[in-house]
Design a protein around this ligand. Structure first.
Ligand code: GDP
Length: 609
């Protein structure tokens, strides 16, 4: 990455250059083009000031920094303003975060076959973990030195001399969580269905998730050792879901297995290997590596460790990398037995150390050219606005309608939850009937019960919204929806729901207002102010606190008051807003009864459609 030098020298002056260091004698302020992040020292150089002086200026604004600390554009602007210098943001360094295996052109001659990556999905207790364990224990790539195999989040087995990679966090929640972060990891989903239990609600969910991800499904009919096993019932249930098995004339591979005795597991692996060959999975091992973090932990001895699945290119010891908001240089790579590896090739996993922080599962990993590029890209990713502050990316029916209007979207993707199965079916049928025009509504998952985390993740990963008919949220799901910016529309009357879908499909919704959370602050301390006023000393937890905006004081789940902000201060200064992570003092209009630990939530009303 060479962009930064150019950006830094791209200084533009509209006034005369300062005559001597530290004498800002100019009439027109000059403008400095700055990269999104830089160190205090680098900024000081550009400003022609001593770093100590810049630090002092920032301290005056309540910002404590060290000479080599990386600061973002906002902070740099504050410092520059102290010298009468304006700033503007340079074009960002090329963002490599979207690079994935899928981006390798199929016709590229440098492509080579790579192992398939398999995820195991299915209902709880149907044997996902047992199957993964059986495969790992019997078929893990045999090596001479037999170290103990550890759980690292992924492993590889050899089938007929060809490697197959398994992600060993089973279940569709993890699968879709990774997908909703923009990474496509899985090539084939193995759907485990217990032969004595048949298709259950989570099996249905898993099918929806795999379909939404457009990943082929191979069915493992498990627990065949049980006398109560009824594989034909499973096959019939599959056919009712448009998964017709091969022996019944369809193209779905279904393999009877027992994760307990191991019967059929070899057959399953063989089928996976053959299917992988048909899928012609390829990647270019000779380009800068990109992949996904499958799991990451902070090891007390080795620091942050991350299991990564490389999707394209080859990751080697010594490479500079970015993984989510973490960066570093690969110091060592190990396999699941703790043995050293020199590199990780496409489609394969490995554990890396050398990152400065622990990334999150689903974070995208990229190799970059230099330490500086690694640091900058990571800082930029860390400062990327979260959904709370970034309302443009929120998936709402209104946004989708706008996209439909603009011709960008030809499909309204929906996840539908209702109180009872009867309403689910009725609603799906009616929605399908509405979809006869040019724009279609596609229900990618429908089920009964409260809106779950997995529903929200699925909608997020598929660019859809959730319609909830007569149901609420499961614990945590509302927060996930807020975090991912997914709209969950709740209805009590079915025709209202259908009306909205119909109007959305026609690109015309009646305006409706809804509440949008702008930010939250926790009251850490209460100070006495003048004339009996009390000041809430707060820390902004997320989003931002804005002086304009409606306010609600929350004590646990109770709403104490709805009011407005009278005064918002950062240190002594009256400010218009305070951002996440900063401290501020708040005086509320007509309300003084807050206590430490209460949360002040700022929201505004927005047209919901
Ligand atoms: P998961 O929740 O899908 O990961 O299911 P587990 O792998 O934890 O298995 C649930 C239960 O089913 C455990 O008690 C397993 O021992 C049992 N089980 C799994 N596979 C088989 C099988 O093939 N045959 C029999 N008899 N029991 C199995």
């Amino acid at each position: 990455m060479t962009t930064t030098t150019e950006q830094r020298s791209g200084e533009q002056r509209s006034g005369p250059r300062r005559s001597r260091r530290g004498e800002p004698r100019r009439t027109t302020p000059r403008t400095l083009t700055l990269p999104e992040t830089l160190t205090v020292k680098e900024l000081a150089e550009l400003l022609d000031q001593s770093p100590i002086d810049v630090i002092k200026q920032l301290m005056r604004h309540g910002i404590m920094v060290a000479v080599n600390q990386v600061i973002d554009h906002q902070v740099a602007t504050v410092a520059a303003a102290a010298y009468g210098v304006r700033t503007r943001l340079a074009e960002p360094v090329e963002d490599t975060s979207a690079i994935q295996a899928g981006s390798d052109e199929e016709s590229d001659p440098s492509l080579q076959p790579r192992p398939p990556v398999i995820t195991i999905l299915g209902h709880v207790d149907h044997g996902k973990t047992s199957l993964l364990d059986y495969i790992r224990n019997t078929a893990v790539v045999e090596k001479e030195a037999g170290g103990i195999t550890q759980h690292i989040g992924a492993y590889q087995v050899l089938e007929n001399g060809r490697p197959i990679t398994f992600l060993d966090t089973p279940g569709h929640a993890a699968f879709t969580a990774i997908r909703s972060r923009g990474a496509r990891v899985t090539d084939i989903a193995v759907l485990v269905v217990a032969a004595d239990d048949g298709i259950m609600p989570q099996t249905d969910e898993a099918i929806s998730h795999a379909r939404a991800a457009e990943v082929p499904i191979v069915v493992a009919i498990n627990k065949m050792d049980l006398p109560t096993a009824q594989p034909d019932v499973v096959k019939r249930q599959l056919s009712e879901r448009n998964l017709l098995v091969e022996e019944w004339g369809g193209d779905v591979i279904a393999v009877p297995v027992s994760a307990q005795t191991g019967d059929g597991v070899g057959d399953l692996l063989e089928n996976l290997s053959v299917l992988a060959e048909i899928l012609e999975l390829k990647a270019n091992p000779d380009r800068p590596a990109a992949g996904v973090v499958v799991e990451a932990t902070l090891d007390r001895r080795r620091g942050p460790t991350a299991t990564v699945l490389v999707q394209t290119g080859t990751l080697r010891v010594g490479h500079y990398i970015v993984a989510g908001a973490a960066w570093g240089r690969v110091r060592a790579i190990t396999d699941e037995r703790g043995e050293a590896m020199e590199s990780i090739t496409p489609g394969s996993p490995g554990v890396i150390i050398g990152l400065n922080a622990t990334p999150e599962a689903g974070d995208i990993l990229n190799v970059v050219g230099s330490e500086r590029a690694a640091r900058q890209t990571a800082t930029r990713r860390a400062h990327r606005p979260t959904s709370v502050g970034n309302l443009d990316t929120v998936l709402t029916l209104d946004n989708v309608v706008k996209q439909i209007d603009a011709g960008d979207v030809k499909e309204l993707v929906l996840v539908l939850k209702a109180d009872v199965q009867g309403s689910v079916e009725a609603a799906v049928q009616s929605i399908e009937k509405l979809s006869e025009g040019e724009v279609k509504a596609r229900v990618i998952h429908a089920g009964s019960g409260a809106v779950s985390d997995s529903d929200v993740q699925l909608a997020s990963a598929s660019g859809g919204i959730v319609l909830a008919f007569n149901v609420g949220f499961e614990v945590g799901a509302e927060r996930t929806a807020e975090r991912l910016g997914v709209e969950v529309r709740q209805y009590q009357i079915i025709y209202r729901l259908l009306e909205d879908v119909e109007q959305a499909l026609q690109g015309m919704l009646e305006p409706e207002y809804r509440e949008v959370v702008v930010g939250r602050a926790e009251i850490r301390e209460v100070f006495p102010g003048r004339r009996g006023v009390r000041i809430a000393g707060c820390r902004v937890l997320d989003g931002r606190i804005m002086r304009q905006g409606s306010v609600r004081v929350l004590r646990e789940a109770d709403i104490m008051v709805e009011t407005e902000i009278n005064s918002l201060r950062h240190f002594r200064e009256e400010v218009n807003q305070a951002t996440a992570g900063t401290e501020c003092g708040i005086v509320l209009a007509d309300y003084n009864e807050f206590e430490e630990g209460d949360v002040i939530l700022v929201y505004r009303m927005e047209r919901a459609n």
